[in-house]
Design a protein around this ligand. Structure first.
Ligand code: 3HC
Length: 329
């Protein structure tokens, strides 16, 4: 099924000959590395795929706060609690930048959130896994934010101006997220045997889902071909996944932890680690909503939105009153 979808995705790539004059001029700007801005003409399909990707990115930031929120009241020290709170607060800001970038494409926040709450829009699969111990806070910062950074740094140079500028701000904060996570893992790995075992258990549970964050294999990626042509995607899913593996294995070795992949081995010829097969059945099951926490995450988001309705109404009423007073003055 996916092979056919990918083939369709590739087949739909318009060659210069079958492009309109506007599309040819647009593609020439993309190829020249010119940033596309909200007011510029763009193919409807470019606008649609940006709304798809940027809104799902924003949803991931907001839903991504939930697994870590579970550990704010259980943090082992006041210092760790304040760091975790700062990180979670950053993620809310990342969501804000990204929803705002998506809105420049002519879609409203309410439409985007309705798509999330109805299950129509995706968010990153990684956030559908439970956080079972404090070590998970370390593994998430180290592996999840580490993967996010590898995926997001190229996006700082993507063709859509508002998205690339949002990413520059996000990436500056993301490095703090990854470092604080690795710092937690270092403390545990150098701690008691039980603490090191907790860190190993978290690595075992978060390693493979973190590699799934980069998306399906290139052979199965239905959007990559077009997103690459439009310089939304500057590297393929598999290229960025490989970067994550190559970067993380030495870090795990430094911690004295074992990557849960018996097929992992260094290939001196290619200069990369070879690694085992990803369980794509698990990946697709989580995307279908059958992950360990999908229903709980969506329920929590819908409840938060409904509980906040009075506050949104008050903001609108206040703004309307201010506008009336200004008009009356
Ligand atoms: N979770 C959920 N859906 C995923 C996914 C994942 N890990 N990987 C791929 N998908 C979906 C895609 O959205 C697409 O479905 P759609 O067409 O309905 O949107 C389908 O699977 C096929 O994947 P493709 O590779 O063809 O899709 P893309 O070209 O969009 O590539 C992507 C997928 C690499 C995730 C790309 O969308 C991307 O780079 N997005 C921006 C970055 C992002 O969203 N990161 C998520 C994590 S954010 C985060 O971790 C925050 C940090 O602060 C913790």
């Amino acid at each position: 099924m996916y092979a056919q979808m990918v083939e369709t995705g590739v087949k739909n790539i318009r060659t210069l000959d079958d492009m309109s004059a506007d599309e040819q001029a647009f593609q020439a700007r993309i190829d020249a590395g010119v940033k596309i801005e909200a007011k510029d003409w763009m193919p409807e399909a470019y606008r649609k795929t940006l709304i798809r990707q940027i809104s799902q990115h924003a949803h991931s930031e907001i839903v991504g706060q939930l697994p870590e929120g579970n550990w704010v009241t259980r943090a082992p020290t006041l210092k760790r609690k304040s760091i975790l709170l700062a990180k979670i607060q950053d993620e809310a800001g990342h969501g804000l930048y990204l929803y705002s970038a998506a809105e420049t494409l002519g879609v409203s926040r309410d439409e985007l959130l309705a798509a999330l709450h109805s299950g129509k829009a995706k968010y990153s699969s990684i956030f559908n896994y439970p956080t079972l111990s404090w070590a998970d806070m370390g593994a998430i910062g180290w592996l999840v934010d580490g993967s996010a950074i590898i995926n997001q740094i190229p996006l700082c140079r993507c063709s859509y101006g508002p998205y690339s500028r949002a990413m520059i701000r996000v990436c500056k904060e993301e490095s703090f997220h990854a470092r604080q996570g690795y710092d937690i893992m270092m403390s545990l790995a150098k701690g008691t045997l039980e603490q090191k075992a907790m860190a190993q258990d978290a690595l075992n549970r978060w390693w493979w889902p973190s590699l799934m964050m980069f998306g399906p294999s290139d052979a199965e990626s239905v959007n990559s071909a077009q997103s690459t042509k439009w310089r939304i995607k500057l590297f393929s899913n598999d290229e960025l996944r490989q970067r994550m593996v190559d970067q993380t294995v030495p870090q795990a070795e430094y911690l004295g932890l074992t990557i849960p992949d018996p097929d992992l081995k260094w290939n001196a010829e290619t200069g990369h680690y070879e690694f085992g097969d990803i369980d794509w059945t698990e990946f697709h099951e989580v995307l279908k909503g059958n992950g360990p926490c999908n229903r709980e995450r969506l329920r929590t988001r819908v409840k938060a939105y409904e509980d906040g309705e009075w506050f949104r109404d008050a903001l609108v009423a206040h703004a309307e009153k201010k506008a009336q007073n200004k008009a009356a003055a």
